[in-house]
Design a binder for this molecule. Structure first.
Ligand SMILES: [Cu+2]
Length: 101
């Protein structure tokens, strides 16, 4: 009798960390950006109003940086690859209407 080696299939999470620039001004922006970036598969999000840098840690098996950027753009904030939705931008609080590039 032959004993076959057991194949271990592990659905390992492929954790990735990326830092991108996301336009915004203040603490209100921070809440909005962090909420928008927190989609399925995202483990942690940090955004700094001074540097406008977003650091996101996510499971690349479940989501992608592109999806995260799209979600942020829909909330009204520019990302490197996705421009903010015009309507969403116009509806931002006046203190949040960062200068468009
Ligand atoms: Cu703001």
């Amino acid at each position: 009798m032959t004993i076959l080696p057991t194949l271990q299939i592990v659905m390992a999470a492929e954790m990735k960390t990326d830092t991108i620039e996301v336009s915004g001004n203040c603490g209100m922006c921070e809440k909005r950006i962090v909420a928008a970036a927190s989609i399925k598969g995202v483990k942690s999000v940090q955004w700094d109003a001074q540097t406008e840098q977003l650091t996101v840690r996510y499971d690349a098996e479940k989501t992608s940086l592109d999806k995260i950027e799209q979600s942020i753009a829909r909330a009204g904030h520019d990302t490197p690859n996705h421009k903010a939705d015009e309507k969403a931008y116009n509806q931002l609080h006046t203190c949040c209407q960062y200068p468009r590039k």
